[in-house]
Design a protein. Structure first.
Length: 282
């Protein structure tokens, strides 16, 4: 496992509890201490981890981090064993996923892109939605690993298809988050009990993960990151660029991206995405 942040740590812990032997590398070792205490092996570099691991999962922050981990003389593709499986579960660029697939195949390494949705709760409970792109046989081979991590697990197509699917997911969330914030503030201004309002509307046509899981955090003033504002900005930026490359506009996505950038400028980049409500309550 490369990366032990909010998501990666829970995913690795679930694999440990399922009986998998885990090697870990992350830039900040202390973030992996909980996993190491539970028996994970620490590796000093990407190359060291790659040399002794049969399945390698990466869950890092940005496409630049993915490039650093996968490419170059110290990267996964140069150092992974022939026949190893490399699974990038970072939300990244579809074109980058395709490049990783091609270069890995040249070296006899099996690559698949498999970004996830479900936040810290989904990662902790092993209930992530996993969106994969790559060869059917690779998907079938590593399905038991995915089955530990998630519940809604689907191969969407060739390399890069997982990333495209995740971007569609983020586009759907982007404007939904605006609606959730506006609904809560509206309920408050109308003199209603917003918690009771949520009880009514979250099971109807307005229902969504954001309404059911994140709106209660908004009401409690809990802005701890299940998913960082800065990473959502990264995802929306990639999605906007990808949409532009395909020649169509996404005005809802553009609005959400602008609002989240405003939120980050107010010092909230390390908060959870539910902190968006602060812009509406100001």
């Amino acid at each position: 496992m490369i990366g032990s942040g909010v998501m990666g740590k829970s995913m690795a812990r679930n694999l440990q509890q399922a009986g998998y032997s885990i090697n870990v590398y992350t830039r900040t070792k202390r973030k992996a201490e909980e996993l190491l205490d539970a028996g994970a092996g620490w590796k000093e570099s990407v190359a060291d981890l790659a040399a002794v691991s049969d399945i390698i999962i990466t869950m890092v922050g940005y496409p630049t981090d993915v490039e650093r981990v996968y490419f170059g003389s110290d990267g996964l593709i140069e150092n992974a064993k022939s026949g190893a499986y490399i699974i990038d579960m970072t939300t990244s660029k579809p074109a980058l996923a395709q490049e990783i697939y091609r270069k890995a195949k040249e070296r006899g390494i099996y690559a698949i892109d498999a970004p996830v949705s479900g936040g810290d709760i989904g990662a902790r409970n092993g209930e992530l939605a996993i969106m994969a792109g790559g060869d059917q046989k690779i998907f079938d081979d590593i399905y038991p690993v995915f089955d530990v991590l998630g519940e809604n697990i689907m191969l969407q197509g060739e390399a890069g298809a997982g990333q495209h699917t995740k971007l569609a997911n983020q586009i759907a969330i982007a404007t939904n988050m605006i609606g959730v914030c506006e609904a809560i503030v509206y309920a408050k201004k109308a003199g209603l009990n917003p918690s009771r309002v949520l009880d009514s509307i979250s099971t109807g046509a307005a229902g969504s993960f954001s309404l059911s899981k994140l709106a209660p955090r908004m009401l409690e003033g809990d802005y701890a990151p299940g998913f960082y504002v800065k990473h959502f900005i990264k995802d929306m930026t990639i999605a906007l660029e990808s949409a532009q490359e395909m020649g169509f506009s996404t005005p809802g996505l553009a609005l959400s991206l602008e609002l989240y950038k405003q939120l980050a400028e107010k010092g909230e980049e390390d908060s959870g995405t539910q902190a968006l409500i602060k812009l509406f309550e100001a």
